[in-house]
Design a protein around this ligand. Structure first.
Ligand code: SF4
Length: 588
């Protein structure tokens, strides 16, 4: 039996399933293996889908199932798609009625299907879409657009808005994801636009693929230059190579070129960029201001006169602005941050030596049964609460002995650093999220580490509300004038770019003059348990006269002891590398 849903057109044998693993053939009838089963249901701003020209700031109920018809290295939702076995028991059966009731109860404007591919749960999606629209809700989805022509026409009848994720414009590129051709995507993009569905596209930018992205933009422009074009700066997650990650400056340079082809070009995964704002195509004025808000997510921070520019030009934005909808994506809840939270649990378990799919799924299931993720942000602000959180996961997974070993390692190192730094001068240290103007909140984990490592954290002196992703003014950083600037690793803003920014903006800072701008790469400073190595690296950088941690040796010991992989494997990706048994002897 041929599956009619996507262009993979799997031939599914009786009793078997297709590429996505989500449909089965029972005696000549193809049906869903997990009907009405959802992993996540969370109210969130539409910018977390992301859609930027549709009901800006409005709250939608974000839902996802599991599985995908593509295999993309570096997928931002890899936990949902990489291994069905690892995740399938974490889903919960939820009727369309319950989803619609939840959307209404939360005052959502509608329902958006994100994170994984709706084609792999098409009947489920149609059921919920039909009911939601009958109740006056708006419905949309993010998809790779690889539906067959017939299935896509059916999809269009069920939705009001869509974000089509474009992988590139050549068959060779699509072949990397297990597909055969780029053509269906462009055919469906044209169909969607002509049908009148609010259409935006998202195209990933991997370093070295600039020409293909420009050609992709030309093909989108051939449909309409008004289609919002979202550039997703590639972040190497899962098994993807770190070398494919372009810097933010490289990505902004490309966006400038793309802006000659299309009217609305946006850059995601780039803290501090001005390419998230909407500029008037007539006069160049900034009309809608947005900030970075985690992976694949933006946050509306301001706009003028309902999207009308001072020159009188009205932007092609559908629906009213709802800045006060209560849909902000804060903490670790909402948008892709929800998925990142699930991945962070899986990561902690891996550091405890637990990678068995059925155990990981069972822990995720138990976590999702409660509101635990909602409070995860608060739970991971201090070392004590972080370690208690690890203990909680360990208990659910039966790994308390390993958690105790990790706790002892961490507490031992923290106590040593505290003791050594006691009484030392405390340099003024500013912690940024890559871009020098994107300050980490002063109460965050990283800032606590700065203080433990013997610094005085400048971020604590910044007066800010909870609005995420808002960049500081140059003048604020000038007044802070930190002795040291630290930034978290791998956010696409290398030290030389920070220096270049300071020099270009005449920021004559002590940190810059003293050569004390540092990136913690490859060590994290929060989230994963190897933040303890980030703390040691911070101590080396803040007090080189006191600390001489040999980070190469320590990294080698730590990762082989807790993660069972060599240090070099960790350097190559933003995510934890797979266990050695899966990809050869050293996990690389
Ligand atoms: S949805 Fe696509 S990948 Fe899944 S079984 Fe059908 S044709 Fe195959």
């Amino acid at each position: 039996m041929e599956c009619p849903t996507c262009e993979n057109r799997c031939s599914i044998p009786n009793g078997g399933s297709g590429v996505c693993g989500m449909y089965a053939n029972h005696e000549g009838v193809i049906s869903e293996r997990f009907p009405d089963q959802y992993l996540v249901m969370v109210p969130s701003a539409i910018e977390s889908m992301p859609m930027l020209h549709y009901h800006p700031g409005s709250k939608f109920l974000q839902v996802c199932t599991i599985g995908c018809n593509f295999r993309c290295s570096g997928c931002v939702s890899w936990i949902l798609t990489e291994s069905l076995v690892a995740i399938e028991s974490a889903v919960r059966r939820t009727s369309p009625e319950d989803i619609v009731a939840k959307a209404m109860e939360e005052n959502c404007r509608g329902v958006m299907f994100c994170f994984n591919e709706p084609a792999v749960s098409f009947p489920t999606f149609k059921r919920v879409a039909t009911l939601a629209r009958s109740q006056g809700l708006l419905v949309g989805c993010a998809t790779n657009g690889y539906f067959t022509e017939t299935a896509f026409q059916e999809l269009l009848q069920h939705i009001d808005f869509i974000n089509l994720g474009i992988k590139g414009c050549t068959d060779e590129t699509y072949a990397q994801f297990g597909a055969t051709s780029a053509s269906p995507m462009f055919r469906n993009l044209k169909a969607s636009f002509e049908y009148g569905v609010a259409t935006e596209v998202a195209a990933v930018y991997v370093r070295g693929h600039e020409d293909e992205l420009l050609e992709t933009a030309r093909r989108v422009a051939a449909v309409s230059r008004d289609i919002p074009f979202q550039v997703m700066r590639f972040i190497p997650l899962g098994t993807a190579e770190a070398s494919g990650e372009p810097s933010i400056r490289e990505a902004e340079h490309l966006c400038q070129q793309l802006g000659k082809l299309l009217k609305f070009v946006y850059l995601f995964n780039a803290p501090g960029t001005s390419f998230l704002d909407t500029y008037c195509p007539e006069c160049g004025e900034s009309v809608i201001q947005r900030g970075f808000n985690g992976p694949m997510c933006a946050h509306v921070s301001g706009y003028r006169d309902g999207g009308t520019c001072g020159c009188g030009h009205t932007l092609p934005v559908i629906g009213a602005f709802e800045k006060e909808s209560g849909a902000q994506v804060l903490g670790f809840f909402g948008g892709y941050k929800t998925i990142s939270s699930l991945e962070s649990i899986q990561t902690v378990l891996a550091f405890l030596g637990e990678r068995r799919p059925e155990v990981v799924a069972s822990v995720l299931h138990q976590i999702l049964e409660t509101d635990f993720i909602k409070d995860l942000y608060a739970r991971t602000k201090t070392i004590d609460s972080y370690l208690d959180t690890v203990d909680h996961y360990a208990q659910l997974a039966g790994r308390t002995r390993e958690a105790q070993e990790l706790r002892i390692y961490i507490e031992d190192k923290v106590a040593f650093i505290r003791e050594q730094a006691k009484g030392a001068d405390r340099p003024y240290v500013y912690f940024s999220l890559g871009h020098p103007l994107v300050a980490v909140f002063g109460d965050k984990f990283e800032c606590n580490l700065v203080e433990i490592a013997g610094g005085c954290c400048a971020n604590k002196d910044l007066l800010r509300d909870e609005t995420p992703g808002v960049a500081l003014q140059d003048e604020t950083l000038r007044q802070l004038d930190p002795d040291i600037i630290l930034s978290s690793g791998g956010m696409g803003f290398p030290v030389e770019d920070v220096q270049a920014y300071c020099s270009h903006h005449h920021l004559d800072l002590k940190a810059s003059r003293g050569g004390r701008i540092h990136n913690l790469h490859p060590f994290p400073a929060s989230g994963r348990p190897d933040w303890i190595l980030g703390l040691m690296q911070m101590a080396n950088l803040i007090h080189p006269e006191l600390f001489h941690f040999d980070m190469d040796r320590i990294g080698e010991d730590f990762y082989s002891r807790f993660l069972k992989v060599p240090f070099r494997a960790v350097r190559k990706s933003r995510s934890i590398p797979p266990a050695p048994t899966r990809l050869g002897s050293d996990g690389v």
